[in-house]
Design a protein around this ligand. Sequence first.
Ligand code: SAM
Length: 262
Amino acid sequence: MSRVITSHTNPLVKAVKALHMRKAREESGRFLAEGLKIVTEAVELGHAPKILIYGREAADHPLLDQAREITYDSGGQVIEVNREILEKIARRDNPQAVLAVFEQSFTPLAMVEPHTAKVWVALQAVRDPGNLGTIIRTADAAGCGGVILVGDCCDPYSVEAVRATMGSIFAVPIIKATIPEFIAWRERWPGSVVGTLLTAKTDHRTAKYEAPTLILMGNEQAGLPEELAALCDVNVKIPMRGRADSLNLSVATGIMIYAAGE
Ligand code: SAM
């Protein structure tokens, strides 16, 4: 049986709302995902919600039945709430009628098996959660092995990043590494490590990509630091013909992922 909660001062509602803050996500190891489609995708990939929250209007949806059952079976909580609480939790008007709290999952760097995919992506100091979510979604679409977050990156489990992944957060391994860890680990990479630099001489279409290819992307403002560009086998540039001086990070990453995967 679902519990019905009608007060937004309820401690469980407060704990879910707090997942908008990085500190609460780090302390709990949990995150919030929105929408029946994403929750269903998670369930199908074997991720059971710790807390499943839904509004009355979604109560009879057949896909919700499946999510409810898996949540119960795995010892999670199922909560029915009113629209006002959904809005408070989602922090938006017109919230999704289904929200769920899941456990975060990071793959340790040492567990990465390069040969399981043709292309992997490493992002240095990515700061925009929309960019990060879009890159995770693109990496999923293109069949990349995983996304490695190098240095001080934004949180892949923020509500904004998860929203932009459109469910791919559950499908793509996410790995975290400090810059020194990444530098040491890169030494054992069996294929090409390809950096992306606006000042590179090599056109990304003429570079040789030896699989498994690790593509290294730089920060939105500062680009890839010299320290990391220097340890790539090759640095490439995507040609730009107009007045723009660079591409958006997620667009550039998409172009590189598909170029290396050809
Ligand atoms: N001002 C920054 C710079 O000088 O590099 C611009 C950074 S750009 C917005 C963010 C990242 O996207 C870059 O570090 C690089 O990885 C990638 N990028 C953007 N445009 C690119 C291009 N034309 N060729 C190669 N990489 C590009």
